[in-house]
Design a protein around this ligand. Structure first.
Ligand SMILES: [Zn+2]
Ligand SMILES: [Zn+2]
Length: 248
């Protein structure tokens, strides 16, 4: 049993029922979320674009994907990035309480991959810069990816890719700025040899414009991956108006 498994087992024994990470209630708490807040986790409304997974009405592939196909084969997100899902993602990202949200999101992602009929051979995650990892103590995408790999019984490559130091956060940037900011910042890392010729499942916490996962997918393909599928916990629906609002 590896260290993470011991830790999971210990959590099950010592924290069979904790308080809800969203509302702090203690009723029917499972995987860190109570029944009421669980109801507030909204799945993405169907139908979605067959390629990028964005909700859309009346067509199989959205206009953006029709005009320029993304480098990944398909992307799907489990929940809308609002209400309880947003709170849980923030917990996972900023508070260090990543275990329980990662379990919940990990299971949803594994289920989603199964439903989509994808056949990944390895699982990996969107990289963080060394500085972010050091400051936060972990990379939430890595925690999530590890969870998904275990559920899918696939090898996990935590360092398939690296993010060049000094890359600015995408938060608060417009779609165009995001693309420019991330371009050239994702590089193959020490696990790179292990994805050559493989179909890769790339895991992240939140997908917004898709600029980051597209850059990651391009890097994978340029360095020998067979295909890339993207699975995220939550999707922030992005419109041109968001470029003006500039919130997180
Ligand atoms: Zn709650
Ligand atoms: Zn699309």
């Amino acid at each position: 049993m590896d260290a993470m498994k011991w830790r999971d087992a210990a959590l099950d024994v010592f924290f069979p029922c904790r308080r809800c990470l969203v509302c702090d209630g203690a009723e029917a708490v499972e995987e860190g979320i109570c029944a009421v807040c669980r109801e507030k986790l909204r799945r993405l409304p169907e139908p979605v674009c067959a390629v990028c997974g964005k909700p859309l009405a009346g067509r199989a592939v959205c206009l953006a994907c029709t005009m320029e196909r993304p480098p990944y084969s398909a992307a799907r997100c489990a929940f809308l990035y609002e209400d309880a899902a947003r709170d849980l993602v923030r917990r996972m990202k900023f508070s260090g309480e990543f275990d329980l949200p990662a379990r919940l999101f990990g299971r949803e992602i594994a289920r989603m991959v199964g439903l989509a009929g994808w056949r990944p051979e390895v699982v990996t995650c969107v990289p963080a810069t060394a500085r972010t990892r050091r400051e936060r103590g972990y990379n939430q995408a890595e925690v999530l990816g590890r969870r998904v790999s275990r559920l899918l019984r696939l090898p996990f490559l935590p360092r398939a890719l690296g993010k060049r130091s000094g890359t600015r956060s995408q938060v608060g940037l417009s779609a165009e700025e995001r693309r420019a900011n991330i371009a050239g910042s994702i590089l193959p890392d020490r696990d790179a040899a292990r994805f050559v010729g493989k179909t890769v499942l790339l895991v992240d916490d939140v997908m917004t414009t898709g600029a980051t996962v597209e850059e990651c997918a391009s890097t994978f393909l340029q360095h020998g991956a067979e295909a890339v599928y993207v699975a995220c916990a939550a999707r922030r629906l992005y419109t041109a108006e968001d470029d003006l609002k500039r919130e997180e």
